[in-house]
Design a protein around this ligand. Structure first.
Ligand SMILES: Cc1cc2nc3c(=O)[nH]c(=O)nc-3n(C[C@H](O)[C@H](O)[C@H](O)COP(=O)(O)OP(=O)(O)OC[C@H]3O[C@@H](n4cnc5c(N)ncnc54)[C@H](O)[C@@H]3O)c2cc1C
Length: 365
């Protein structure tokens, strides 16, 4: 029977980077995915600089655009732009990014098997063959099996996205349409030869997502009926009491429900949790993992929930706060990973954050 130090279930951003870090440190790793690679994953494919900083290698070969400008819009009306000299976001396609990350794990020494079936019963089985592993890293995303095995309690948002030919006006720019989808927003992301149009919000918005997407496209002069690769998917948010680990099983990324509640981004969290899981496995201190993940991401996500409630209930006021001159330096530093979470901001830039916090508390009351 084959024996591994770690079995990583799922080769998305979380699983592949966990496998890379473990294999690069000399651990024997089996990385498995039920899909055949290259495979796609419904996602905007936007890697914030904050996320990129967490990667142990460059992803330059799969970057299709570099975003320096954010255009924030409200209710398909008012808008403003802010620009950063340093990049804010790298645009990728998940089909390419995830294949690249899985190959990196393989090159580092992980045994990567795609298109396989995993059973996590009394005995671990991969395609029917029993395997032994000291630890399982659960990286199988929002619809996987490991979060159920660990007993995680997750809530969900939903999102729908598709692609249209690129209008050059979106080059180097990311457009966020606020106040148009309850519990979320609409976006336009530039890629190599196309733009990605998407909408996401509360789970209850599921039946209305197509209509939200049609409206977004219409506002940008695109025929929604012509979108290609139209796909919907769930965004998992961990409940405050939810576990991120059980005996010999560490949940990472979406399997742990670590998506940012405000932005709906999850790749930063996937990379952070993968790094912490790999460190826990390598040090032999699995018990430290849960506490470290919550310490690292808890304050950021708490602030994101507050801002999400504020945006949902008071979109105009929240938009006005985001537009305030002092707010941009905080937003840009958060996106670039120079600020760990809003509470780390100092000086005058705290003023818009205090206002947002007060609004959010009022909205949640
Ligand atoms: C529409 C949409 C847009 C988004 N846009 C962005 C964005 O622009 N930027 C951002 O940072 N985040 C974005 N997100 C969130 C982001 O996609 C996720 O947070 C991210 O993919 C999480 O990575 P992961 O590795 O945890 O899981 P996943 O990427 O979901 O990977 C899980 C892997 O596990 C495999 N798997 C599942 N079940 C099994 C099983 N039983 N056995 C073996 N393998 C299994 C799957 O095939 C998959 O390869 C978006 C999400 C949605 C839905």
């Amino acid at each position: 029977m084959q024996r591994f130090d770690a079995l990583v279930v799922g080769a998305g951003p979380a699983g592949s980077t966990a496998a890379y870090r473990l294999a690069a440190a000399g651990a024997s790793v089996l990385l498995v995915d039920k899909a055949r690679f290259p495979r796609d994953k419904p996602c905007g494919g936007g890697l914030t600089t904050r996320a990129v900083r967490m990667l142990p290698f460059s992803v330059e070969p799969v970057v299709e655009d570099i975003v320096h400008t954010f255009e924030l819009r409200l209710g398909y009306g008012k808008s403003f732009e802010r620009t950063s000299e340093q990049p804010l976001c790298l645009m990728t396609q998940r089909r390419r990014l995830d294949h690249f990350l899985a190959r990196k794990a393989q090159e580092a020494g992980a045994d990567f098997r795609d298109g396989v079936r995993v059973e996590l019963g009394e005995e671990l089985r991969v395609d029917g063959e029993p395997v032994l592993a000291d630890v399982i890293v659960g990286a199988d995303g929002a619809n996987g099996i490991t979060s159920r095995v660990a007993g995680a309690e997750l809530g969900y948002g939903v999102a729908l996205e598709g692609n249209a030919p690129l209008d050059r006006r979106y080059r180097g720019k990311l457009v966020l349409e606020l106040g148009v989808v309850p519990g979320g927003y609409g976006w336009v992301f530039p890629k190599g030869d196309h733009a990605n149009f998407g909408v996401g919000g509360w789970e209850s918005e599921g039946p209305r997502l197509r209509e939200h997407l049609r409206r977004l496209c219409e506002q940008h002069g695109v025929d929604a009926a012509e979108l290609t690769d139209l796909r919907g998917y769930r965004l998992p948010f961990r409940r405050a009491s939810s576990t991120v680990a059980s005996t010999k099983l560490l949940l990472v990324g979406d399997a742990a429900g670590l998506v940012d509640p405000l932005s709906g981004d999850g790749m930063y969290e996937a990379f952070v949790s993968a790094k912490l899981a790999a460190e826990a496995v390598l040090s032999g201190d699995l018990d430290a993992y849960a506490q470290r993940v919550l310490a690292e991401l808890g304050p950021l996500h708490a602030a994101s929930w507050t801002a999400k409630y504020a945006l949902d209930r008071f979109p105009r006021l929240t938009f006005a706060i985001a537009r305030a001159p002092l707010a941009w330096s905080v937003i840009a530093r958060l996106v670039r990973g120079e600020l760990k979470d809003p509470s780390a901001a100092r000086g005058l830039s705290r003023a818009p954050l205090r206002a947002l916090d007060a609004l959010g508390r009022l909205a949640a009351a």
